[in-house]
Design a protein around this ligand. Structure first.
Ligand SMILES: N[C@@H](CCC(=O)N[C@@H](CS)C(=O)NCC(=O)O)C(=O)O
Length: 215
């Protein structure tokens, strides 16, 4: 049996959880919070990040590596197109969502979500970067109706988990949602994905986790 380790507020955890639920793969969840100090967990995820996956063959970290494992081990229903070029386009989009949008916006989270402050220099750098990367993402994303086109793919797992964070963080720090400013009307798309049973479970589990008093 697979065990997904992390916590249900993490966007990367929820990306993988969506894929497992879409494929109806049986899995357990183990809450692992940050910072990770447990030596066995650090063995599984040496950078101390979540998610990581325990499998009967050993553990795996890095959400995209986990997604690729799940896709190969449980091919149905596919979350990547069979055509190699179309599959590469999905992976390209995931890289834009995570590396060029989410990871850049992540520098704002301390101020946006955790009551911290981000220096003006960092804010300016992040804004410049996002003002370059968001229009680039817009050129690739289809939203017709899914992120990469007509099929629900891994890119939707990534987009559903990460785009709202980019929007919320930029709105909180800059006073405007830079995705919307760039003309990416992602909210109807998020609502569409949110109708899927997999996404409903991810959202319900996140809400329940957030409602729990801190241990
Ligand atoms: N590239 C990693 C990113 C995972 C990641 O950044 N997870 C966050 C939680 S959403 C985390 O563990 N942060 C703690 C840290 O970076 O030390 C992946 O795709 O799994």
């Amino acid at each position: 049996m697979l065990t997904l380790c992390g916590f249900p507020v993490s966007n990367y955890y929820n990306k993988v959880k969506l894929a497992l639920l879409e494929k109806e793969v049986p899995f357990n969840e183990e809450v692992v919070t940050l910072p990770i100090s447990d030596e066995a967990a650090l063995q599984a995820s040496p950078l101390g990040k979540v998610p990581f996956l325990r499998t009967p063959e050993g553990s795996l970290c890095e959400s995209q590596a986990i997604m690729e494992f799940i896709e190969s081990a449980y091919p149905e229903p596919p979350l990547l197109p069979a055509d190699p070029f179309a599959a590469a386009k999905v992976r390209e989009l995931i890289t834009f969502i995570e590396l060029h949008l989410e990871l850049v916006a992540r520098e704002l989270y301390g101020q946006a979500f955790f009551g911290g402050t981000v220096s003006e220099a960092t804010q300016a750098r992040v804004r410049r970067q996002l003002e370059k990367n968001i229009p680039a993402f817009k050129k690739l994303a289809k939203f017709s109706p899914y992120a990469a086109g007509e099929l629900f793919t891994q890119a939707d797992c990534a987009a559903f988990a990460s785009l709202p964070l980019v929007g919320m963080a930029t709105r909180a720090v800059f006073g405007e949602d830079l995705l919307l400013v760039a003309g990416i009307d992602y909210k109807p798309y998020i609502r569409l994905i949110g109708e899927r049973p997999s996404a409903k479970k991810v959202l319900a589990d996140r809400k329940a986790y957030q409602a729990k008093p801190a241990a």
